[in-house]
Ligand binder design. Structure first.
Ligand code: NAI
Ligand code: MG
Length: 491
């Protein structure tokens, strides 16, 4: 026993908890200087271009195409050609093979994609690595499984593909939104022209390499980059049979007006102002984690973010105190650092919008709390923010901020919670924190939201349908429901 050293009575107490930097290497990503549009399996030289940057450093990452009407015409023609000459008549089991291949390649190359996603969009690497990439692959796996079972999904309804789908996606989950859009469209036998968001085109362009690796027939997926003008040209195109859009309610409404009377199918996944409702019987520390995940995940650039916290009055004080303390431990900074919790705001434009709404909150009389926090000098950043003393009429309680900003409101009874939670033009998601199962069900029946999470928040799964009520849009993505927008039925 003598050679076993006795432990000192007390372990040394560290004086501070600073982390050493833990940067993920960028070397795994090989960027081209310039990218064209991906049409009919080939790179097409763009006639007009712009620079895409890293929002964390403002450095230019690459030059990409600003798609013109001619580019959109070519892409739609390529998609039509691929649809008519093979893809739509391929047996489902054959289409499934391509989707399975894409899913596996995404898994194999997930580190490369995760680094590029964080570089171009500003989200923390731990999120792109642990959320965006696994979920993107999971969507392809899931819809691959449906491709040869469509008749069983919709018995006696003779499901057939719709044709050419025009898909427009936002910048908050660039690759994941691409997967949500492409996987069901392809599984159902459609071909696609997809337009990524202007600030985050790079993972979609890298994905073209995956399509080639998977030997997907040319023209089945075409990618045209550019801003809203390119999107509008796609929406307007006569050769497109269906539009799927995720983005702002403002643009969603404009698209719906544009498509009225054209017979094109449409699904819209728009904004949100979700209520996260905390009852006094819940596990409070667990709820604090859920609140933090609900609003600070992805810098709050999440359409289903829990941006309105409703605290039952009896626990309001301890809840807010715990929340503030937790905020002090959030690490804001370099998206490629593995310890980062909150990364860069996606663009200057979005930062300005967040700043404007936060100023409005202060002016209207809400009380602001921001933990002490050193922000990098370059790039776009916003300190995680909590507003208390918020009235339902304030802009910060009504409008989607799409940033790391939480508004705290209170309630006394479940009835009051439901009434206040539903007092919004949106209806995408909601959260309920309580130990009582019966109360969860009671609340879920009354909350006008497409998804209601119980004792958790921001959980996604390809098998589960996602979509909105009211100004949050219509149509569902995910699950068996997510097939329907990409099918017509010959009943
Ligand atoms: P946006 O709706 O303008 O952009 C989303 C996509 O639509 C992008 O690909 C964009 O190029 C395209 N687009 C823009 N105008 C178009 C048009 N007229 N026709 C067809 N496509 C068009 O959103 P933006 O301006 O980037 O963000 C503004 C606000 O929208 C954010 O602050 C946030 O509140 C909300 N938003 C919501 C999203 C969601 O996931 N529901 C995603 C992005 C933004
Ligand atoms: Mg816009």
């Amino acid at each position: 026993m003598t050679d076993i050293e006795k432990k000192p009575d007390r372990a040394p107490v560290p004086k501070e908890w600073t982390y050493a930097p833990a940067p993920e290497s960028r070397d795994v990503v090989r960027l081209q200087e310039r990218y064209g549009h991906f049409i009919a399996g080939e790179w097409v030289e763009p006639s007009d271009t712009y620079a895409t940057i890293s929002p964390a450093s403002e450095e230019t990452l690459a030059t990409v195409g600003q798609g013109t009407q001619e580019d959109v015409d070519r892409a739609v023609a390529a998609a039509r050609d691929a649809y008519a000459n093979g893809w739509s008549s391929l047996p489902g089991s054959e289409r499934a093979k391509y989707l399975f291949r894409i899913a596996r390649i995404l898994q194999e190359r997930s580190r490369e994609f995760a680094v590029l996603e964080s570089l171009n969009g500003g989200k923390p690497i731990k999120e792109s690595r642990d959320v965006d990439l696994p979920l993107a692959a999971a969507h392809f796996f899931y819809y691959a499984g449906w491709a040869d079972k469509l008749e069983y999904a919709f018995p006696n309804r003779l499901p057939k593909p719709v044709g050419v789908a025009g898909q427009i996606i936002p910048w908050n989950f660039p690759l994941l939104m691409l997967a949500w859009k492409l996987a069901p469209a392809l599984a159902c036998g459609n071909t696609v022209v997809l337009k990524p968001a202007e600030t985050t085109p790079l993972t979609a362009l890298l994905f073209c390499d995956v399509l080639r690796q998977a030997e997907l027939p040319p023209g089945v997926v075409n990618i045209v980059t550019g801003d809203g003008r390119t999107g509008a040209a796609l929406v307007d195109h006569d050769g497109v049979d269906k539009i799927a859009f995720t983005g702002s309610t403002e643009v969603g409404k404009a698209i719906q007006r544009q498509l009225a009377g054209t017979g094109k199918k449409l699904t819209l996944e728009l904004g949100g102002k979700a209520a996260n409702i905390v009852f006094d019987d819940c596990a409070l520390d667990q709820a604090v984690e859920g609140i933090v995940n609900g609003i600070y995940f992805n810098q709050g650039h999440v359409c289903c973010a829990g941006s309105r916290l409703f605290a039952q009055e009896s626990i309001y004080e301890p809840l807010v105190e715990k929340l503030k303390r937790r905020l002090e431990t959030l690490r804001v900074g370099d998206p490629l650092d593995k310890n980062t919790d909150v990364g860069a705001i996606n663009s200057k434009m979005q930062l300005d919008r967040i700043t404007e709404l936060v100023e409005a909150g202060k002016e209207e009389g809400a009380e602001i709390y921001q933990p002490p926090c050193r922000l990098p000098e370059k790039g776009y950043w916003f300190v995680p923010t909590v507003f208390t003393n918020v009235a339902q009429s304030y802009r910060i309680a009504q409008e989607e901020i799409f940033g790391p900003v939480l508004s705290v409101l209170t309630f006394r009874t479940p009835e009051e919670a439901v009434e206040k939670a539903n007092n919004t033009p949106y209806g995408l998601s909601a959260g309920v924190w309580t130990e009582k199962g019966s109360r969860i069900l009671w609340m879920a029946q009354r909350l006008r939201a497409g998804v209601v999470w119980a004792n958790t928040f921001n959980r996604f799964d390809p098998t589960s349908p996602f979509g909105g009520y009211k100004e949050s849009g219509f149509g569902r993505e995910g699950g068996r429901h997510g097939l329907e927008p990409y099918l017509r039925f010959e009943e």
